[in-house]
Design a protein around this ligand. Sequence first.
Ligand code: AMP
Length: 112
Amino acid sequence: MDTIFSKIINREIPADIVYEDDLCLAFRDVNPQAPTHILVIPKKPISKLAESLPGDEPLLGHLLLTANRIAESEGIDDAFRLVINNGEGAGQTVFHLHIHILAGRPFTWPPG
Ligand code: AMP
Protein backbone atom coordinates (compact mmCIF):
# COMPACT_ATOMS: atom_id res chain seq x y z
CA MET A 1 0.00 0.00 0.00
CA ASP A 2 1.31 3.43 -0.96
CA THR A 3 1.78 5.83 1.94
CA ILE A 4 3.15 9.34 2.29
CA PHE A 5 6.49 7.75 3.24
CA SER A 6 6.68 5.86 -0.11
CA LYS A 7 6.16 9.22 -1.78
CA ILE A 8 9.09 10.64 0.23
CA ILE A 9 11.27 7.65 -0.77
CA ASN A 10 10.32 8.21 -4.43
CA ARG A 11 10.90 11.97 -4.14
CA GLU A 12 7.28 12.65 -5.09
CA ILE A 13 6.92 14.91 -2.06
CA PRO A 14 9.71 16.85 -0.30
CA ALA A 15 11.25 16.02 3.05
CA ASP A 16 14.23 17.22 5.07
CA ILE A 17 16.34 14.11 4.47
CA VAL A 18 19.27 13.62 6.85
CA TYR A 19 20.49 10.16 5.78
CA GLU A 20 19.98 7.64 2.98
CA ASP A 21 21.47 4.32 1.95
CA ASP A 22 20.32 1.32 -0.10
CA LEU A 23 18.04 0.03 2.65
CA CYS A 24 16.68 3.05 4.48
CA LEU A 25 15.95 6.74 4.58
CA ALA A 26 15.87 9.20 7.50
CA PHE A 27 14.18 12.60 7.52
CA ARG A 28 12.98 15.20 10.02
CA ASP A 29 9.43 14.81 11.32
CA VAL A 30 7.15 17.51 9.93
CA ASN A 31 5.45 17.87 13.34
CA PRO A 32 8.37 17.55 15.79
CA GLN A 33 7.63 16.39 19.32
CA ALA A 34 11.13 17.29 20.55
CA PRO A 35 13.90 19.67 19.40
CA THR A 36 15.33 16.72 17.44
CA HIS A 37 12.72 14.43 15.87
CA ILE A 38 13.84 12.23 13.01
CA LEU A 39 12.12 9.24 11.39
CA VAL A 40 14.12 6.26 10.11
CA ILE A 41 12.22 4.13 7.59
CA PRO A 42 13.06 1.06 5.53
CA LYS A 43 12.76 1.49 1.77
CA LYS A 44 10.95 -1.84 1.79
CA PRO A 45 7.26 -1.05 2.44
CA ILE A 46 6.62 -2.93 5.68
CA SER A 47 3.34 -1.53 7.06
CA LYS A 48 4.18 -2.05 10.73
CA LEU A 49 6.60 -3.96 12.91
CA ALA A 50 4.06 -6.75 13.44
CA GLU A 51 4.05 -7.36 9.67
CA SER A 52 7.81 -7.87 9.46
CA LEU A 53 9.08 -11.34 8.61
CA PRO A 54 11.96 -13.45 9.93
CA GLY A 55 13.86 -12.54 6.75
CA ASP A 56 13.65 -8.86 7.76
CA GLU A 57 15.94 -9.43 10.74
CA PRO A 58 19.07 -7.91 9.10
CA LEU A 59 17.00 -4.94 7.87
CA LEU A 60 15.52 -4.30 11.32
CA GLY A 61 18.99 -4.46 12.87
CA HIS A 62 20.22 -2.04 10.23
CA LEU A 63 17.45 0.44 11.08
CA LEU A 64 18.39 0.36 14.76
CA LEU A 65 22.11 0.78 14.14
CA THR A 66 21.36 3.57 11.65
CA ALA A 67 19.21 5.34 14.24
CA ASN A 68 22.12 5.17 16.65
CA ARG A 69 24.57 6.54 14.06
CA ILE A 70 22.18 9.39 13.24
CA ALA A 71 21.90 10.21 16.95
CA GLU A 72 25.70 10.36 17.10
CA SER A 73 25.90 12.56 14.01
CA GLU A 74 23.27 14.91 15.46
CA GLY A 75 25.39 15.23 18.60
CA ILE A 76 22.72 13.64 20.79
CA ASP A 77 24.45 10.38 21.59
CA ASP A 78 24.07 10.58 25.37
CA ALA A 79 20.27 10.95 25.69
CA PHE A 80 17.70 10.05 23.10
CA ARG A 81 14.54 7.98 22.84
CA LEU A 82 13.56 5.59 20.03
CA VAL A 83 9.86 4.88 19.53
CA ILE A 84 8.00 2.48 17.24
CA ASN A 85 4.23 2.85 17.32
CA ASN A 86 2.69 -0.42 16.15
CA GLY A 87 -1.00 -0.22 15.24
CA GLU A 88 -3.62 2.50 15.57
CA GLY A 89 -4.20 1.78 19.25
CA ALA A 90 -0.53 2.53 19.93
CA GLY A 91 -0.64 5.80 18.01
CA GLN A 92 0.54 4.67 14.57
CA THR A 93 -0.81 7.02 11.89
CA VAL A 94 1.43 6.24 8.91
CA PHE A 95 1.40 2.59 7.92
CA HIS A 96 4.98 2.32 6.74
CA LEU A 97 7.29 1.08 9.52
CA HIS A 98 9.32 3.89 11.11
CA ILE A 99 11.52 4.48 14.12
CA HIS A 100 11.16 7.87 15.78
CA ILE A 101 14.40 9.36 17.14
CA LEU A 102 13.54 11.95 19.77
CA ALA A 103 16.02 14.10 21.66
CA GLY A 104 16.76 17.52 23.08
CA ARG A 105 14.33 17.61 25.99
CA PRO A 106 13.72 15.55 29.14
CA PHE A 107 11.48 12.49 28.68
CA THR A 108 9.20 10.99 31.29
CA TRP A 109 8.46 7.34 31.95
CA PRO A 110 6.01 5.72 31.48
CA PRO A 111 5.33 7.38 28.12
CA GLY A 112 1.85 8.81 27.50
P1 AMP B 1 3.25 7.54 13.85
O1 AMP B 1 2.16 8.31 14.57
O2 AMP B 1 4.14 6.75 14.76
O3 AMP B 1 2.69 6.74 12.70
O4 AMP B 1 4.22 8.65 13.24
C1 AMP B 1 4.03 9.24 12.01
C2 AMP B 1 4.86 10.49 12.01
O5 AMP B 1 5.01 10.91 10.67
C3 AMP B 1 4.25 11.66 12.79
O6 AMP B 1 5.15 12.06 13.82
C4 AMP B 1 4.07 12.72 11.72
O7 AMP B 1 4.31 14.02 12.21
C5 AMP B 1 5.07 12.32 10.67
N1 AMP B 1 4.80 12.75 9.33
C6 AMP B 1 3.63 12.63 8.65
N2 AMP B 1 3.76 13.13 7.40
C7 AMP B 1 5.05 13.54 7.29
C8 AMP B 1 5.81 14.17 6.25
N3 AMP B 1 5.26 14.44 5.05
N4 AMP B 1 7.11 14.47 6.49
C9 AMP B 1 7.65 14.20 7.69
N5 AMP B 1 7.00 13.62 8.71
C10 AMP B 1 5.71 13.30 8.52
